[in-house]
Design a protein around this ligand. Structure first.
Ligand code: SAH
Length: 208
């Protein structure tokens, strides 16, 4: 019994904020609209229900809770920021889920078995160049079935993503190109809202 897309979006719109967002960790929450689109799509493609899902760089837990609401068997929430993870833990538990675990770790140190699907909105790799690609490589290493991920969208990074996926034996589906707006939360952003293009990707492991 899963929730419909509108209801999912409403619930996810109440995700806790990062109390003091860390620029070095690129802590930008996913909008509930994008999150519910990603989760609903993954659900329709049979990549969530009854499966073990990992949320890498889960922050305050918006994608993790969404995956549980879409029927994931277990969710593993990973973040390097233990205080964000504590917020995620409390928020998810307040929705009466207990089939999740939190893991406070640098994603590059994580070694998990039995993950079917990875869902993530990783750092965009703007502040720490290449972090988006490190997350993607780790996700493709962990997932035995599929990966859903959000990346900044430009030709250069799109081509790099295609190459990495191919090297790791995954097919790539570009699900949507959208805009993301980041409110001015860091002192050196000039505009009040920073708007940039993002792409939602699905990576599906090839059957050999
Ligand atoms: N997925 C969340 C948060 C996105 S912001 C959401 O959709 O709202 C990116 C997240 O990645 C932050 O929570 C940040 O703490 C985490 N992060 C950054 N570097 C990390 C690393 N090396 N290992 C694990 N998590 C990391």
């Amino acid at each position: 019994m899963v929730v419909d897309k509108k209801r999912l979006e409403i619930i996810l719109s109440k995700a806790p904020r990062f109390p003091s967002p860390r620029k070095d960790l690129e802590q930008y929450p996913t909008s509930s609209r994008v999150a519910s689109y990603l989760l609903w799509t993954a659900y329709l493609k049979n990549d969530i229900e009854g499966l073990v899902v990992a949320d890498l760089g889960c922050g305050t837990g918006v994608l993790s809770l969404g995956a549980l609401m879409m029927g994931a068997r277990d969710v593993i929430c990973v973040d390097i920021d233990c205080s964000a993870l504590q917020i995620a833990k409390e928020w998810i538990a307040s929705h009466d889920f207990s089939n999740f675990e939190v893991l406070c770790s640098d994603v590059n140190m994580v070694n998990l078995r039995n993950i079917d699907t990875v869902i993530m909105n990783p750092p965009f790799g703007v502040y720490r160049r290449g972090m988006d690609i490190l997350f993607l490589k780790k996700a493709l290493e962990l997932a035995s079935r599929s990966v859903y991920s959000i990346h900044k969208f430009n030709v250069e990074s799109h081509n790099l993503i295609l190459k990495i996926a191919d090297d790791q034996n995954f097919d790539v589906e570009l699900l949507a190109v959208d805009y993301m707006e980041i409110p001015q939360i860091y002192e050196d952003h000039v505009k009040r809202v920073h708007r940039f293009k993002i792409a939602l990707y699905r990576f599906r492991k090839r059957v050999r």
